[in-house]
Design a binder for this molecule. Structure first.
Ligand code: AMP
Ligand code: GLY
Length: 421
């Protein structure tokens, strides 16, 4: 089979490295890819939102399977465009990807179908929202822009004043553009967070092994929110008992709710959960693999990913037994100095072999460029250095040992992945 991956981050590199191991995969393309990906697949210079050229490329090159990995092209109907051209594509249609693209949609869905989540109110008007947070007078309180905002549209306001500022920045100053035309104001929940990605064909839902993301930039969960600075799998807080409860109260009801709304979800559905004192609740849904969750979940996948993609597309997931390796995996993200704020690009990287790897770990490239046999930084999150082992401690030791072998000016990473709640 010829397979086209759409995207350019560490998640896409992890998907590519997994697809590569499939006996069914003859040729892999990635649009637009990155430096590290270019060592594993043929990179194609087409932007992720360019439906017309993407479809043309897939058609001209007899692509058998397109994998749409990032949120924006899913929300924009990349899968729909491929299907209309008769090309098989993995990922939800736009009408289902809305579960991530609109927080107002997902919150209303959960309320309507009794899926546990934080209490909330929706506002399309800044004045009313300000009035509400002042009259409730509860803090912390969470302010969320409705639409996609590069993972930055969520503000945990520690005081009512901070909430007022956040509302004004999102709704009046349009800090996140049109994503902030509507906002959700919600109850602040506490407890460990768990990421559960699940394959679903709209009928059957098969959760993958659990994982845990570390979103803050610095050790001890200090600093700004990022796209994710590291992950471990399994998530130590996700017991079998909690998993069973989530299946009955969250996973199955979500699939059923999307069907009832006439928006069957096919692809990878990401449940961002919080294990609160009152049980597991949904913090957010994503319509795709998490990044860097994919980097610790996929190395643990035993079953052929191509078979899974086909079963999802053909709605035969119930017939497939998905197997996982025991043990654990850990991913440490190496980021550019300054990330998640501004950072330099084009800094030469040292310690990587000619394929962008190092001994003892799997190095997924997120923001790199490859030129004349050298790798250069080309993004905020640069690498996801990942290791697998029998125990989480061993996996972490291996990943950190590999991180020590790599350097580039300004590099920063967290030293406490797998250690905080
Ligand atoms: P999101 O961008 O939706 O992933 O949210 C970013 C982070 O904000 C989450 O991973 C949580 O840590 C935090 N968060 C979101 N909603 C809540 C909430 N209702 N209570 C507490 N923390 C939250
Ligand atoms: N790691 C969180 C996300 O992919 O949204």
């Amino acid at each position: 089979m010829k397979i086209l991956m759409i995207g350019s981050g560490g998640r896409e590199h992890a998907l590519i490295k997994k697809l590569q191991t499939s006996p069914k995969c003859d040729k892999l393309f990635c649009a637009p890819g990155n430096g590290g990906i270019s060592r594993d697949a043929e990179v194609v210079n087409i932007g992720v939102m360019d439906k017309e050229n993407m479809v043309k490329f897939a058609r001209d090159n007899d692509i058998d399977l397109v994998f749409v990995a990032p949120d924006d092209p899913l929300a924009d109907g990349m899968v729909d465009a491929m299907q209309q051209a008769g090309i098989r594509a993995f990922g939800p249609n736009a009408n289902a990807a809305i579960i991530e693209a609109s927080k107002v949609f997902s919150k209303n869905l959960m309320k309507k179908y009794n899926i546990p989540t934080a209490k909330y109110e929706v506002f399309d008007n800044a004045e009313k929202a300000v009035e509400y947070v002042k009259s409730e007078n509860v803090a912390p309180v969470v302010v969320k822009a409705d639409g996609l905002a590069l993972g930055k549209g969520v503000i945990i306001a520690q005081t009512v004043d901070e909430a007022v500022t956040a509302i004004k920045e999102i709704m009046e100053d349009k800090k996140f553009g049109d994503s902030g035309n509507n906002i959700v104001i919600e109850e602040f929940l506490t407890g460990p967070e768990v990421s559960v990605l699940a394959f679903t064909d709209g009928k059957t839902v098969k959760p993958m092994v659990s994982s845990k993301d570390h979103k803050r930039a610095y050790d001890n969960d200090e600093g700004l929110n990022t796209g994710g600075m590291g992950t471990v799998s399994p998530n130590p807080y996700y017991t079998d008992e909690i998993a069973n409860e989530c299946m009955e109260t969250i996973f199955k009801p979500t699939i059923a709710a999307m069907n009832a709304e006439g928006r069957p979800f096919k692809g990878c559905l990401y449940f961002g959960l919080m294990i609160t004192p009152n049980g597991p609740k949904v913090i957010e849904y994503n319509a795709r693999f998490g990044d860097p969750e994919a980097q610790v979940v996929l190395p643990r996948l035993k079953t052929d990913l191509v078979d899974i993609c086909e079963a999802v597309i053909d709605e035969k997931l119930d017939e497939l037994d998905i197997e996982w390796y025991d043990g654990a995996a850990a991913c440490v993200v190496m980021a550019s100095g300054g990330y998640p704020l501004s950072y330099k690009k084009g800094i030469e990287m040292f310690g990587l072999d000619e394929n962008g790897g190092v001994d003892g770990a799997i190095v997924y490239h997120a923001g790199t460029k490859y030129e004349n046999g050298k790798f250069f930084t080309n993004g905020g999150r640069v690498l996801g250095v990942t290791a697998k082992a029998d125990t989480l401690d061993e996996a972490l030791n291996k990943a950190y040992a590999a991180v020590d072998k790599i350097n580039f000016e300004g590099a920063h990473f967290r030293h406490d992945i797998g250690k905080t709640k």
